[in-house]
Structures are given as structure tokens and as C-alpha cells.
Ligand binder design. Structure first.
Ligand SMILES: Cc1cc2nc3c(=O)[nH]c(=O)nc-3n(C[C@H](O)[C@H](O)[C@H](O)COP(=O)(O)OP(=O)(O)OC[C@H]3O[C@@H](n4cnc5c(N)ncnc54)[C@H](O)[C@@H]3O)c2cc1C
Length: 327
């Protein structure tokens, strides 16, 4: 049976979510791999700019459910519309970006349509044994390869940064309407607030020292500050450091933080989860300090130092100071 791939996009203020642009690429590649067609699905109200943007991709169609009841995302309304559309049109795969909003309802949707669920996919291959998905496990230290033996449709979320939005194939797609009668909101959205105000512009920094959970204790931040001062660097951080309140939110680097491309990036006690990598993999030179030689950050580092950061960072700071004093 040829594949019929649906890419269910997320949008806000007339713009596609970055992860949805990546999901379009995943959907196009999936259609090519399994031999089939890819269609984008848009739910909302006043979504013309988003639909317009999608019609310029190589897609079979852009399916649009437009209703006032879809003006804000609610799981009930989204699942109602998508489940009815799936019953009518029988897609084989539903592809989503692995965003907070999508994760909120994907599992319920898979259950509602009697399908299967594969979350946080970072790749797939079509071989003799059928379609094999790849997804990280154990905090990204290992990758599992799996084949779905459950029923279609397969509901899939694509990990942030696993596919590059730049690889989208341009073309043209025709708009088609989806029935939105089943859009019944089950939440009342009281308001939407921006979480981060970007006070520190890490994108302009030439050198970034990024600190991860491996620091262990916020009281030890002094060694990071000393190294950053010696190098003339800005301090960035992984998300757990921010979530723990060790540094302000505007220092976060990664899929839900800032994307930086400094000349030099020092990752200190950062494991290298894909959500972090997507925000810094464009750096010129990457130096990683980690006590675990198997940490994924070493896979993209130009220089790796395996050891305890509490010993290495002060030694590095002293060496930088000495080198500067001597020059
Ligand atoms: C939707 C979503 C969005 C996300 N967005 C982001 C994001 O924007 N940015 C982000 O960073 N993460 C993000 N994450 C979280 C991400 O998945 C990882 O959990 C996170 O990046 C891990 O942070 P870490 O490397 O600091 O911590 P850990 O994964 O806990 O790694 C700590 C590392 O420190 C090392 N270490 C420990 N002690 C020492 C020592 N004494 N010396 C040297 N090394 C030591 C360990 O070996 C380990 O590799 C997101 C997750 C989701 C689900």
C-alpha cells in the first residue's frame, strides 16, 4: 500500500513553528522512502499566511480545517477534527514536530484513531525488513531502532534538530478543505505569556562557555565565570541549569533557547542532548569537557577533554591567563 503521509503543522501569529518546518522535511523524506505522497494539515482560524507558505512546498495537498473553535489550540478540538479526517481519508502516517503542544495530544490522538505511536524520532530507513525508526533512549546515550507492528496510522513526532528545515523541497501544493464540525474545545485558554525576554544576546558572542548540569552545584558557578572572564566569553547553559534557577532563562542554548554560532564553544559538563546540539552545532570550534568519554557531545566536538570539570576548568583558566600575560 503506498504511503499517505500527513504532516500536522503547528503555527502562531501566521508563522509556521520551526519544528513544523523540520517536520515537513521529515514528511517529504518519509514519502520518498516508503513510496507515497505527503500532505500538510493545518488547523486554526485565520491561517491563510500559513497555508500560503505551505503551498510553496513540494506536497500533494495542504488540508485546511478552519473554524473559530480552532482559534486556540485545545486537545479536544484538535483530536476531534483530526480523528474525523483520519477516518475519512486513511493516512498511513501522521508526522508532528516534537513540541510541547504536539506532545500534549499526540498519544490521545493515536488512541482515538486506533493507530500506533512513535515519539522523538531522529531518523528512519526503509530496508528489506520494512521501515525502521530511530529514537534516542537513556538520555540520548543510546539509539534504539524499532519497527512498528501495530495498526496504522502511525503517529510520529520528530525530534527538534533531527531534520534540517533547509532541506525542504520547494514546489507547489493545492489547498483542500477539511471538515471542522468535530472541533469542540475542551479547555478555555485564558491567555498566552512569553516565557523568556532575551536580555543577553548570545548570538552575537564570539566565544561561549556553556555550563551543564555536570557542574553539580550552583555555588560552583565561580569557576565558569572565571574561565569566561579569562576568555572574554559569554556564559550560556543547558536547559536543566536554567530550569534549576542556576542562571536566568535568557542564557539557555538549544531548541527552546537561543541558537548560537560563536567561533569557539566550550561545553562544560553538558551531555550533548539533541535539543542542546541544535542550538550550538554551527559553532566554529567546539571543545567539550566531560567526565564520561561516551557523552554524545564528544561526537561533534573538535577537541574533547575527558575528566572532572572541577579540576580541568580552573587549570584551563590559569593557562589562558598565563598565555595572555605572556603575549
Ligand atoms: C521539548 C524539549 C526541549 C528542550 N530544550 C532544550 C534546550 O533548549 N536546551 C537544552 O540544553 N536542553 C533542552 N532540553 C533538555 C535536553 O533533552 C537535555 O535534558 C539537556 O540538554 C541535558 O542537559 P545537560 O547536558 O546539562 O545535563 P545531563 O544530560 O544531565 O548531562 C550532564 C553531563 O555532565 C557530565 N558530568 C557530570 N559531572 C561532571 C564532572 N564533575 N565533570 C565533567 N563532566 C561531568 C555528565 O557525564 C553528563 O554528560 C529539552 C528537552 C525537551 C524534551
Amino acid at each position: 500500500m503506498p504511503g499517505k503521509i500527513w504532516i500536522v503543522v503547528q503555527h502562531r501569529d501566521g508563522k509556521l513553528h520551526r519544528m513544523s518546518r523540520e517536520a515537513v522535511v521529515a514528511g517529504q523524506k518519509l514519502a520518498a522512502a516508503v513510496g507515497g505522497t505527503a500532505q500538510a494539515v493545518v488547523l486554526g482560524h485565520g491561517v491563510e499566511p500559513v497555508v500560503e507558505a505551505l503551498t510553496h512546498y513540494e506536497l500533494d495537498a495542504v488540508l485546511v480545517a478552519e473554524a473559530e473553535a480552532l482559534v486556540d489550540y485545545t486537545p479536544g478540538a484538535y483530536i476531534g477534527v483530526l480523528a474525523a479526517a483520519v477516518a475519512e481519508r486513511s493516512p498511513t502516517h501522521l508526522v508532528f514536530g516534537h513540541s510541547y503542544q504536539n506532545v500534549d495530544y499526540m498519544a490521545r490522538l493515536a488512541q482515538a484513531v486506533g493507530g500506533s505511536l512513535v515519539s522523538e524520532v531522529v531518523g528512519f530507513e526503509q530496508g528489506d525488513e520494512g521501515l525502521v525508526w530511530r529514537r534516542p533512549i537513556f538520555g540520548g546515550k543510546l539509539q534504539s531502532r524499532l519497527r512498528v507492528s501495530g495498526p496504522a496510522p502511525v503517529v510520529v513526532s520528530v525530534q527538534s534538530g533531527a531534520f534540517s528545515a533547509d532541506e525542504a523541497v520547494a514546489g507547489s501544493a493545492e489547498r483542500q478543505s477539511l471538515d471542522s464540525a468535530a472541533a469542540v474545545p475542551d479547555r478555555e485558554i485564558l491567555g498566552v505569556e512569553e516565557v523568556s525576554g532575551e536580555h543577553v544576546d548570545l548570538t552575537a558572542a564570539e566565544i561561549v562557555v556553556a555550563v551543564g548540569r555536570g557542574l553539580g552545584d550552583p555555588q560552583k558557578m565561580g569557576i565558569i565565570e572565571d574561565l569566561a572572564a579569562a576568555l572574554g566569553a559569554e556564559i550560556g547553559a543547558s536547559r536543566p541549569v536554567i530550569d534549576s534557577g542556576w542562571l536566568p532563562r535568557d542564557r539557555q542554548i538549544g531548541s527552546s533557547g537561543q541558537t548560537v554560532a560563536p567561533k569557539l564553544y566550550l561545553a562544560v559538563g553538558v551531555s550533548g542532548a539533541i535539543q542542546h546540539l541544535v542550538g550550538m552545532k554551527g559553532a566554529g570550534t567546539i571543545v567539550a569537557i566531560n567526565k564520561d568519554a561516551g557523552a554524545p557531545i564528544f561526537a561533534i566536538a573538535d577537541y574533547g577533554i575527558v575528566g572532572d570539570l572541577h579540576e580541568i576548568v580552573p587549570a584551563l583558566t590559569a593557562a589562558v591567563r598565563e598565555a595572555k600575560a605572556g603575549s
